[in-house]
Ligand binder design. Structure first.
Ligand code: DP6
Length: 322
């Protein structure tokens, strides 16, 4: 039994940073993201009924570090299927892994869909969503395309859906790579440290609800200026909460800060662009289509930027690995 799937990473404009206490992997807040069509994870899962051990190969190398996360993701599928045996998972990213580019989101979304396809369960989107969520709190968003909302109510019931397709508002994204290699503190440990130790965590959590509602309205109205203001504010508040942790978490390097300054200077000059940064030093600049060349050019000239990758928003995760 085998199945394969392709999923794109996503970048959150209203971010998830903190889990609900004693609720497994469930985020403590909703989030809103853009699916990035120019990066992809391709994953194949084989279930061997003869047994043996689960195995993960990531980018061509055996990987035991992330095997637990893979098993967490497959667990909801396994509980719905008769003997599945051992899983052999082969996953490849065509972009830097573990560097703040949401590889866990696209990885767990592709795995959930590939596993469900292998077991004949892909027609049940709720189950695929639950599997993705069990792997990573940002992964359900990567099952959908364009502008994606993950909402959670006070009881912890959640749902995830696309608000607009890429065609309905074709924004562009440029990613400035300021550092290669693995980030220092992964999102999971970073957000838990922030929740436990940062005096700013409560304020961060309290501001999420209105940010999410306002960002939804800005997306519905295609109001770029409003979305820019909300996204930059939400991003810097998440990082402020993380910097308040003990020990402090600083995901920025010098070039990250210079990219922020450059994007703000471009926006002051009238270019429709804003920045956002996840748990790593790379900077994502979101812009209207006509601004992409100028934005990519300007970021490429910031000292410390190694390269700029850019492109369109992407669609939903899909079976197969083209
Ligand atoms: C800063 O989804 O990677 O990218 O649920 O533990 O896998 P886990 O965390 P993860 O955290 C994402 C953090 C973020 C913001 C976001 O994508 O919403």
């Amino acid at each position: 039994m085998h199945g394969s799937a392709t999923a794109h990473p996503n970048v959150a404009l209203v971010k998830y940073w903190g889990k609900r206490r004693s609720r497994g992997n469930l985020p403590a807040m909703g989030s809103l993201s853009l699916t990035l069509g120019f990066f992809a994870t391709r994953t194949t899962v084989r279930f061997d009924e003869a047994g043996g051990q689960d195995q993960l190969t990531l980018n061509g190398r055996a990987n035991s570090r992330d095997l637990k996360r893979v098993q967490d993701c497959l667990a909801p599928l396994r509980s719905r299927s008769a003997a599945t045996g051992a899983a052999a998972v082969d996953s490849r990213n065509d972009f830097p892994t573990g560097a703040g580019l949401a590889s866990s989101a696209s990885g767990m979304a592709a795995l959930a869909l590939a596993g469900a396809t292998a077991l004949g369960l892909a027609e049940d989107p709720d189950l695929v969503g639950r599997a993705a969520m069990a792997g990573s709190g940002s992964a359900p968003r990567s099952l959908h395309g364009g502008f994606v909302l993950l909402s959670i109510d006070s009881q912890g019931r959640w749902s995830c859906r696309s608000l607009l397709s890429p065609d309905e508002w074709p924004l562009k994204v440029a990613v400035a790579i300021t550092q290669a290699g693995l980030k220092q503190t992964d999102s999971r440990s970073g957000m838990e440290l922030t929740r436990r130790t940062s005096p700013f965590y409560k304020a961060w959590l309290a501001s999420q609800k209105s940010d999410l509602a306002d960002a939804r309205a800005a997306v519905a109205q295609r109001d770029f200026g409003r979305l820019a203001e909300l996204s930059e504010g939400n991003c810097l508040r998440m990082h402020a909460a993380a910097m308040g942790a003990s020990p402090p978490l600083v995901y920025f390097n010098g070039a990250t800060v210079e990219c922020i300054n450059r994007v703000r200077a471009l926006a002051r000059d009238g270019l429709p662009v804003f920045f956002t940064i996840d748990a790593g030093p790379q900077v994502k600049a979101v812009c209207l289509p006509d601004a992409l060349d100028d934005v990519s050019d300007a970021l490429g000239r910031v000292p410390g930027v190694r390269r700029v990758l850019s492109g369109d928003l992407g669609g939903a995760a899909r079976p197969g690995t083209p």
